[in-house]
Ligand binder design. Structure first.
Ligand SMILES: [Mn+2]
Length: 319
């Protein structure tokens, strides 16, 4: 198999855009346009810098039933790119329906339209030709396991990068599935999926990075303090370079309400009435607040509890 070659000064990495017609979580109206603006700004910036473009998974928030308007717009934007510098899209968990990538999902339409290069199978993806030599870009889409190592062949490039969309034990996520360790033969592992930017960690030959996503999805102090950014990788760099994407201020994209209590503040306070009060501000267009409330307060073990949960699922499914 011959790998496609992309000429570029490096990689322009865009993590987890989560495009959606209906604003997810507590996000307000105008969401889709705001994320489209980010995406287009990223492509424009990548072109200015002469970089190859990579989306690190979860291009979409929902795997299917996205509007034709959104799709047509994406086909227009991605399709306008030169054939030898396409957008490389890693398949994330949100891009799949019932954990599978099938012809039924929105991302498959973009692939069939020939406007993206999909990274849907684990392993080698493309060769990046830089002024400082070639780079082998590999990837593990959601649902595949991470490599333990990469066996270099004699004519392989000196630098090997692995793109992932996985639950990795970065410092603030030590309960996740994959530990951080040296992966012989792999120089960089760059992860999407974990939306909160994490410290870059070097273990032996392998540098592990998690730049964080370009879209603020949670109504929290952290989102309030964070400048959403894309990331730039170049040969020989020690750290990804951050490129802050265009973003609206927090109060424009989230409701004008008190922030919910942080996890450590709500300990020991799980009674129904307090929960109901909180539900008032947790009201969301896709029912995440309600689901959290039910999870905290309603057990399926009782008959009434089961009935409430069934009603909830009926409402959510019919949307
Ligand atoms: Mn995601």
């Amino acid at each position: 198999m011959t790998l496609s070659t992309v000429r570029g000064k490096g990689l322009f990495l865009i993590a987890d855009p989560h495009l959606a017609d209906t604003p997810p979580g507590q996000r307000l109206d105008g969401y889709l346009d705001q994320i489209m603006v980010k995406l287009e700004a990223c492509l424009e910036r990548a072109d200015e810098l002469g970089m190859a473009v990579v989306i690190l998974g979860d291009l979409f928030h929902k795997p299917r039933d996205n509007s034709n308007k959104m799709l047509v717009e994406l086909i227009r934007i991605f399709g306008a790119r030169p054939k030898d510098n396409p957008v490389w899209v890693l398949v994330g968990n949100h891009d799949k329906y019932q954990s599978r990538f099938t012809e039924d999902v929105t991302l498959a339409v973009l692939e069939a339209a020939g406007v993206v290069s999909l990274m849907k199978d684990a392993g080698q993806q493309f060769l990046l030709e830089t002024d400082d030599g070639p780079v082998l870009v590999c990837a593990s889409p959601d649902g595949t396991s991470l490599p333990k190592k990469y066996d270099r062949q004699p004519d392989d490039p000196k630098t090997v990068i692995w793109l992932t969309h996985h639950n990795i034990q970065f410092p603030e996520f030590i309960d996740r599935a994959y530990s951080i360790k040296e992966l012989p033969g792999i120089d960089w592992l760059i992860n999407g999926h974990i939306h909160r930017p994490q410290e870059t960690i070097k273990k032996g030959q392998t540098t592990w990075a998690n730049p964080g996503n370009i879209t603020r999805l949670t109504f929290t102090r952290r989102s309030m303090d964070r400048e959403p950014a894309a990331a730039i990788w170049t040969i020989g760099c020690e750290e990804l370079e951050k490129w802050v994407v265009p973003f609206e201020t927090f109060d424009v994209v989230f409701p004008d309400q008190d922030l919910p209590p942080e996890e450590h503040e709500i300990e020991g306070e799980s009674n129904y009435v307090k929960g109901l009060e909180r539900l008032a501000w947790q009201r969301t267009q896709e029912g995440t607040g309600l689901k959290q409330f039910l999870t905290d307060n309603v057990t399926r073990e009782t008959q009434e509890g089961e009935l409430i949960w069934e009603l909830y699922e009926e409402v959510i499914d019919s949307e």
